[in-house]
Design a protein around this ligand. Structure first.
Ligand SMILES: [Zn+2]
Ligand SMILES: [Zn+2]
Length: 335
């Protein structure tokens, strides 16, 4: 994709600016984010929800979306992305953890039985910044100053303000999914009440939340729906291609190099859209049940970050010569 690099650069610039601002006023931003999510939910259930038809179906659906939104936000803020020096994490036993369907066929460090999927040990290199041996797909985050397993990006969103990697990427994507669903529903179902709150249709405002609060939350919903929608589409594209945000950028460079030699680059983590999605969300055959996508349970990723599923017949990326792999160093020089 030609625009991947541009999109990635935009995100990186936004990320740096966001981090400067949120780093300075972290606790206030957490409070602000919680306040905005809370206000959105309050406005929806006070103003919009009572006007919906078939409340017996729509109300539970709306409550489910709101619970998912809050829980995935909480998870992505509190679950660490996974660092190099941490031991592999075991699944918890509390009620927040989903139960795995099957326990058979576990490989060392991999919680997902092969089920027709080939999983190989990760190769390692040394990080030039923290000087630690790190497994493939781990990258150094300059803001956290640590190497993160399956590093995607450092997220400066208020409250989150940490890296998105192996252990929280699933919650990050599901948080975006539920944020887009909820802001879309808010925008699509609440426009009549927006006119009422602005006094366009009538001056009769008979709800508990103030008109000005409703109008502001409505505008914010429209903006967030569009902005997060674009980010979500970018991430879903990456998931379907078996790439993290960093890899999407690197692979574009590899593709160009391979093309110059008359070869084609093949990403060895790309097992096809369906399998890539199964592995990312760790559901379906030998993974966790599908209900973990609509009920906000915690689950472990399919790997501990030291082994990776590979495309059949490829032990490494095709069309990439030894020594051509980009490192974080080159990534930094890019800025
Ligand atoms: Zn490092
Ligand atoms: Zn970070």
């Amino acid at each position: 994709m030609i625009c991947t690099r541009t999109v990635f650069r935009c995100f990186k610039t936004l990320e740096r600016w966001g981090n400067r601002i949120t780093g300075a006023a972290g606790p206030y931003f957490i409070a602000l984010a919680v306040f905005l999510i809370g206000s959105g939910i309050l406005c929806f259930f006070d103003v919009i929800a009572p006007s919906l038809s078939f409340p017996i179906v729509t109300m539970p659906a709306c409550i489910l979306v709101a619970v998912n939104l809050v829980m995935h936000y909480f998870y992505v803020c509190t679950i660490r992305p996974g660092f190099l020096d941490e031991p592999p994490r075991e699944a918890g036993t509390s009620f927040l953890w989903a139960q795995k369907r099957t326990k058979k066929g576990m490989l060392t460090g991999v919680r997902w039985s092969s089920g027709g999927i080939r999983i190989t040990q990760a190769t390692s290199t040394r990080c030039s910044r923290c000087n630690k041996i790190r497994q493939e797909r781990a990258h150094h985050c300059r803001i956290c100053n640590k190497c993160v397993l399956k590093y995607d990006h450092h997220c400066p969103t208020p409250g989150i303000n940490q890296c998105v990697g192996l252990h929280n990427e699933r919650h990050f994507v599901l948080f975006m999914v539920y944020l887009v669903i909820s802001t879309f529903c808010f925008s699509a179902l609440g426009y009549r009440q927006l006119f009422e709150s602005l006094g366009v249709m009538s001056d009769d405002w008979h709800y508990n939340v103030p008109e000005v609060m409703y109008a502001m939350i409505y505008i914010l919903s429209v903006v967030l729906c569009l902005a997060v929608g674009v980010m979500l589409a970018y991430h879903l594209w990456g998931i379907s291609s078996g790439e993290t945000s960093v890899e999407a950028q690197d692979h574009e460079e590899y593709r160009r190099k391979a093309r110059d030699r008359g070869e084609s680059f093949i990403n060895s983590y790309n097992l096809g859209i369906w399998k890539n999605a199964q592995l990312f969300f760790n559901v379906w055959e030998n993974g966790y049940p599908l209900y973990t996508l609509i009920l906000p349970f915690r689950i472990n990723p399919y790997t501990d970050g030291r082994s990776w599923a590979r495309r059949e017949g490829y032990d490494r990326h095709h069309g990439l010569r030894q020594g051509e792999e980009l490192t974080d160093q080159e990534d930094d020089e890019d800025d």
